[in-house]
Design a protein around this ligand. Structure first.
Ligand code: AMP
Ligand code: MG
Length: 396
């Protein structure tokens, strides 16, 4: 029924194929304040030293080598933003505000709380304090220094940094065009009441949300019945997308037509079975720049394979890696497992940087994910994981 039988490959091998599958996205220019979550396609370098001048870190009095009990005459005042110039000599002080440039001969700023005002123009130092309270020009970074590399996934602190350095327009990787194709004659949409033999489509909406969370507004085919004509039609739309994510219809059932039709549409199937639980019948296919990721219909299988393969693949096309590629955490308690010929990924909670398994009945048990922070990999040969043993994990 499904044409050629494909060899089962490891998740690691499938991962490599996925990272290489999509064409690298080109760059586009956008405003920095619209770039949250996008992947930088340029380095961000400092345009000047930071701080740009020796800066008062507190409100207080700029002076030279102050000592407790010393009386100083106040010769002026510098507000933040002012560039007033003062030549300070020993025994003199300038009242200075946080963020203002410190006069060039001053080597100390005594905090306002550490002096006593004895007249309008005179102060006495109570305590000089333990540090100078001067932020030295360039101590945060120097002009031209690389602040963010191409490939960084932009976070709120990066937006602050770009604002500080005047990067109003930046180059980011374009987002791939993605469509979701949901197959299954048993499915109805969430706003319909399913008949006894039907279930509601959760996969499409879950996947749409997964993509939204990484900034992608995916198109959605609607439910496609398990018949060849309908599937053939939707297959034609795939060439308009960088990535089409199918759910359901990819395994070995009599009505799982997707793999065969993918081949009929002249796609090359790169893999069609991975040695992992759940999600064995996951499929990757490619024709030119159009890639198809076929996910199993079981809600958790599809969910986890999107996390393990789909998301890294999209990030790779954008020129970067998923942030938690190398996440490993210790088990917080003993985890019992069944011996298997495949690695198992199980839903877990992360508590104080330890993994705790979530009650889970199998790959259809979507409700188990409500309490879940991520997935952890129990290697095939293990029948149990001891407390403290480190496992590969992915957050969701
Ligand atoms: P399949 O991969 O098409 O054989 O589907 C495997 C299981 O997942 C079946 O029990 C389906 O009813 C269920 N399933 C398939 N697609 C969806 C979907 N979009 N939403 C929820 N469950 C689904
Ligand atoms: Mg199906």
């Amino acid at each position: 029924m499904n044409g050629k039988i494909y060899q089962m490959i490891s998740l690691q091998a499938a991962y490599k194929h996925c990272l290489a599958a999509m064409k690298p996205m080109s760059a586009e220019k956008i405003r920095f304040d619209s770039s949250l979550g996008r992947v930088l396609a340029q380095d961000i370098r400092a345009k000047r030293d930071m701080p740009p001048f020796n800066k008062a870190a507190v409100d207080g009095y700029a002076c030279i080598a102050p000592v407790a009990g010393q009386k100083l005459s106040v010769i002026g005042q510098i507000a933040a933003g002012s560039h007033k110039h003062f030549d300070i000599e020993a025994g003199e002080a300038v009242s200075i505000m946080t963020g203002a440039p410190v006069p060039k001969d001053a080597d100390w700023v005594v905090m306002k709380e550490d002096i006593e005002q004895i007249s309008e123009k005179e102060i006495v130092i109570n305590r000089p304090g333990r540090k100078s309270n001067i932020a030295i020009q360039g101590e945060d970074y120097k002009n031209e220094e690389k602040l963010l590399p191409a490939g960084a996934i932009i976070r709120p602190q990066h937006i602050g940094l770009m604002a500080a350095e005047g990067y109003v327009e930046i180059q980011v990787s374009k987002l791939p065009r993605v469509q979701i194709v949901t197959t299954g004659s048993e499915l109805v949409e969430p706003d319909k009441t399913p008949k006894a033999s039907q279930i509601r489509n959760s996969n499409a909406w879950q996947l749409k949300a997964q993509l939204q969370a990484i900034g992608i507004q995916a198109d959605y085919s609607g439910i496609v019945a398990d018949d060849k004509a309908s599937l053939k039609k939707v297959m034609q739309s795939c060439s308009n997308y960088d990535l089409s994510i199918f759910t359901g219809g990819v395994s070995m059932g009599d009505f799982d037509f997707v793999p065969k039709l993918i081949q009929d549409a002249a796609y090359e199937i790169i893999f069609h079975k991975i040695s992992v639980k759940p999600g064995k019948p996951t499929l990757l296919a490619k024709k030119g720049n159009s890639v198809i990721l076929g996910l199993p219909g079981n809600p958790i299988s599809g969910f986890i394979q999107f996390i393990l393969l789909g998301k890294p693949m999209i990030y790779a096309a954008c020129g970067t890696k998923i942030p938690d590629e190398n996440l490993r955490l210790p088990a917080g308690e003993r985890i019992a497992s069944k011996k298997s010929d495949r690695d198992s990924w199980i839903p877990v909670k992360f508590i104080k940087n330890e993994l705790f398994p979530v009650k889970y009945n199998g790959s259809g048990h979507l409700a188990a994910l409500s309490e879940t922070d991520g997935f952890a990999c129990v290697p095939a040969e293990k029948i149990s994981i001891e407390k403290g043993e480190y496992l590969h994990a992915r957050s969701i």
